[in-house]
Design a protein around this ligand. Structure first.
Ligand SMILES: Cc1cc2nc3c(=O)[nH]c(=O)nc-3n(C[C@H](O)[C@H](O)[C@H](O)COP(=O)(O)O)c2cc1C
Length: 456
């Protein structure tokens, strides 16, 4: 079988994900493997069409295409995202049509589902036959049972292809809002009580709905907001995954991104992120913005801020994108509100944009951040355990931050609960005691609230 691996790690061959690919090569030596470091080489692929065409030619003759990538901010890295954009921009979809495909990622399982959902949907858009995904923890391959699991996945994938079994597409093509937003009369500006508002956009064309939505918001904040185009920030490239920032939060790049992030975004109370859907995410420019914030490690670096996502395009048809943006905000300790142009009606969109401006200011004035959901609660436990454990040496700045902010909140440190359990769990072995406890359990559950409600 002719297998093409599209390597999505900016680290090229020196990549954890590629160790899994090498393992596959060793376990199944009967196949021909060709690896393209598309994330690492993205500049060359972008500039030199012959390089891009060469990769497409290889794909054309492949029996299986493997999307192998590390998770970067709930998705693939910006360089890989750019490669996917190029496929559509250069009308190269034909090369992928009907090909069997699978995705393989390594990560610490923080939002691996959104990344694979994205790649699966892209494969469906390309008319490929998606055999499934394998989401490995970074260190899985060091364990015998995980080696076996991974080899079994590969074997089942090869079997499926060998038997030419059909695979059903799971994503229907997107239906795009196809209209032009015409903002109405300028809104009554919202009193912003001196709140610092930053509007970020990647829109390169003032005629786009995204740019017009951002413009309307500028008016809603009576021009006091700062409008920044991501293209105007000195960002020299995507995150390289080198992790050198892990020691003291200093990025290896010496461009303008860190200053912009710390000074401009750090000082903002409200950040509006205006973007247009590109394939099934925002643009790779937006992805680069998110990826580069990795220099702040696994800390809530924009915590406490109100975030307005202003999206042009079919967000309602992209649950994984909504989930990723919500997950990013929740995990970062922010409040997220959304407006899209999917209503296809200018007067209504005016009202929605004016309303989000009011709601964001009210949120900033009250300091309201919603309680965390599963995204952040689960994320915290993953990061806490990793930074305390195996990732501590690489992410020492995180370790210091977690210590300072009492984020190593392991349940075994809760002595009161431990003592309670030590006494009462054994007592439930006594049938009469157990009967009493379990028959009254719903009353025990509400008992602690008595005092709060009496005092309320
Ligand atoms: C910028 C950046 C963002 C990351 N984002 C995530 C993430 O969202 N979820 C996750 O589980 N791991 C995340 N990781 C961890 C990587 O996915 C993980 O280390 C991966 O195994 C690296 O693979 P590679 O060596 O092949 O590049 C991130 C790492 C970097 C450098």
């Amino acid at each position: 079988m002719n297998i093409i691996v599209l390597n999505g790690s900016p680290k090229g061959d020196v990549s954890v994900t590629m160790q899994y690919v090498t393992y596959m090569q060793k376990k199944f030596p009967g196949h021909d493997y060709q690896i393209h470091n598309v994330a690492k080489d993205i500049r060359r692929i972008e500039k030199d069409c012959a390089v891009f065409d060469g990769i497409m030619g290889d794909i054309q003759s492949a029996d299986l295409v493997i999307w192998a990538f590390p998770l970067y901010y709930l998705l693939v890295c910006s360089q890989y995202k750019r490669f996917i954009e190029l496929i559509f921009e250069r009308h190269a979809q034909e090369a992928f049509l009907g090909k069997y495909t699978a995705s393989l990622s390594t990560s610490i399982h923080f939002f691996d589902q959104t990344a694979h959902h994205y790649v699966h949907a892209i494969c469906d858009d390309l008319g490929m036959q998606y055999c499934g995904f394998y989401s490995a923890d970074m260190r899985d391959l060091l364990k015998k049972e995980e080696q076996h699991r991974f080899a079994t996945f590969a074997q089942l994938t090869f079997q499926l292809i060998g038997e030419a079994l059909p695979v059903q597409a799971e994503h229907t093509p997107l239906v795009w809002p196809s209209w032009s937003y015409t903002p109405g009369r300028a809104p009554v500006p919202v009193g912003d009580s001196g709140k610092n508002v930053v509007i970020l956009t990647d829109s390169a064309d003032s005629a786009e709905n995204c740019a017009k939505m951002a413009g309307r918001l500028m008016q809603a904040f009576s021009g006091n907001a700062t409008l920044i185009n991501l293209h105007d920030i000195d960002i020299r490239g995507g995150c390289l995954g080198c992790c050198q920032c892990g020691y003291d939060n200093t990025c290896i790049y010496t461009d303008g991104y860190q200053d912009f992030f710390k000074k401009t975004l750090g000082a903002a109370d409200i950040i509006i992120m205006a973007g247009t859907v590109h394939d099934r995410y925002l643009s790779s420019t937006w992805k680069q913005f998110f990826d580069r914030s990795f220099f702040k490690g696994h800390t809530p670096s924009l915590g406490g801020k109100q975030i307005g996502f202003v999206i042009a395009g079919p967000l309602g048809q992209l649950p994984h994108l909504k989930e990723a943006l919500n997950g990013w905000a929740d995990n970062g300790g922010c409040r997220a509100l959304f407006v899209t142009d999917e209503g296809e009606e200018s007067a209504q969109l005016d009202k929605l944009l004016d309303a989000i401006a009011i709601r964001l200011v009210q949120g900033a004035e009250t300091g309201y951040i919603p309680p965390h959901t599963f995204y952040a609660i689960g994320g915290h436990k993953i990061f806490r355990d990793s930074i305390y454990g195996g990732m501590r040496i690489a992410f020492q700045a995180d370790y210091r931050y977690y210590q300072e902010h009492k984020m190593f909140d392991f349940p075994q440190k809760d002595l009161q609960t431990r003592m309670f359990n030590a006494v009462f769990v054994p007592l439930t072995k006594i049938p009469a005691f157990r009967k009493k406890v379990f028959s009254d359990i719903k009353f025990h559950m509400i008992k602690p609230f008595e005092r709060v409600l009496r005092d309320a």
